[in-house]
Design a protein around this ligand. Sequence first.
Ligand SMILES: Nc1nc2c(ncn2[C@@H]2O[C@H](COP(=O)(O)OP(=O)(O)OP(=O)(O)O)[C@@H](O)[C@H]2O)c(=O)[nH]1
Ligand SMILES: [Mg+2]
Length: 458
Amino acid sequence: MISHPDTIAAVATGNVISAIGILRVSGADTLSVIDRVFFPLSGKPMSQAGNRQLVYGAMKDADGAVLDLCLCTISRAPNSYTGEDTAELQCHGSPTVLRAGLQALFAAGARQALAGEFSRRAFLNGRMDLTQAEAVIDLIHSETEQAAKNAAGQLGGAVLRQAQPVYDLLRDIASHFHAVIDYPEEDIPEFQMRAYEQGISGAIGRLERLLTTFDRGKVLRSGVPAVILGRPNVGKSSLLNALLGYDRAIVTEIPGTTRDTLSEKCELGGVLLQLEDTAGVRDTADTVERLGVDRSEQAAARAALALAVFEGSEPLTEDDRRVIDLAKQCGKRIAILNKSDLPAALSPSDFAADFDAVCVLSAKAQTGLEDLGDAVQALFPMPEVPAGEILTNARHADAIRRALESLRAMLEAMELGVTPDAVLTEAETAMAAIGELTGASVREDITDRIFERFCVGK
Ligand SMILES: Nc1nc2c(ncn2[C@@H]2O[C@H](COP(=O)(O)OP(=O)(O)OP(=O)(O)O)[C@@H](O)[C@H]2O)c(=O)[nH]1
Ligand SMILES: [Mg+2]
């Protein structure tokens, strides 16, 4: 275990009034720090309590004034989150009490923990690999149930389980090739060479499968860029409000109400969307409105999903056709025939050629929205892999891409019967790339950046 000179402390819970608030301490001096701040009602010092035992007592400031009556628990090294001696004080959830408790811990010898410093110590002490540490951040920040489940899977080491067998295989091959280079009278028998080639092909397949999940992973993490398009007054803003469940956008019966694009995250059919409401598309002499229409067009160019809204109770117009053309720039598109509470003038079949799905609904009455959810889910299905095996992290995807390049070059070199040192170079490059995933061979500035994204206290 790497020992750190200082003991860190932080408030681990949010800066809001709540039932419980937690102070966290980690480092070599944890027990002596906690003995100066927390006094068990039993009279026995906290440092003599059993591991992970919950003890009731008083938290006091440097002058001995009681700040709270609370619970304390300690986990001794190495069996703790950070791998060091740690303590947690479970206080009443008052930000004021927690701030005062933190000051008491500082007075007793701890210093303020930096963002992510607890997890960084856990990583440095081998309690988790880097993919697991990153999953901690993803889990905290996940916005849908699916994203949370995947992050929980990664927390359990799912990415590593995919990559580790490839690393082990490469290590075996590399050591054999090293031996051949060092002892030229040695040779790799033909059957062994074929077995290695097969192993590499299998590894390529495994990593390729993992990499294909990254497209869906990006969606899990930041949402599908989606745009609501339509001519003025068809009910675009009403749809946004219905999907969000509150009146985010202004809705009026006046065409041209929305002037600027408006972006909100929302979950639809289990899929996270980064949804943009836009100004109604039409030819207009009004300068402000025209600028709004330009922005609608730009939003369509950026989006991966178009929700093209039409006035279901009126025949298609020229402006509607322009909306259809705009929607065609998006990879996936759904036609929405809105105002289904009014007599229908449009037929869903007329949209089948240009759209992946057609939904008839009423944004105002909020009926038919489930069908829209089903359509979105069908267009962005979850890959059929266990939780955690969806790559959500660009750093992981990049490392796997580089590992794959080297594996392919390695296989080619083996098949062509190129000299062992060429094969070896590729094997070592691939191993280094996989090592970056786990953190075994990652540059320090990269780990710095990863842990900076954590909140203080994690
Ligand atoms: N009957 C009926 N009216 C609706 C429905 N959805 C929206 N409306 C009405 O249509 C009008 C326009 O709605 P908005 O949501 O502002 O339409 P928009 O497409 O955002 O319009 P612009 O911002 O002007 O482009 C309002 O009076 C809404 O109440 C619906 O499902 N049925
Ligand atoms: Mg609007």
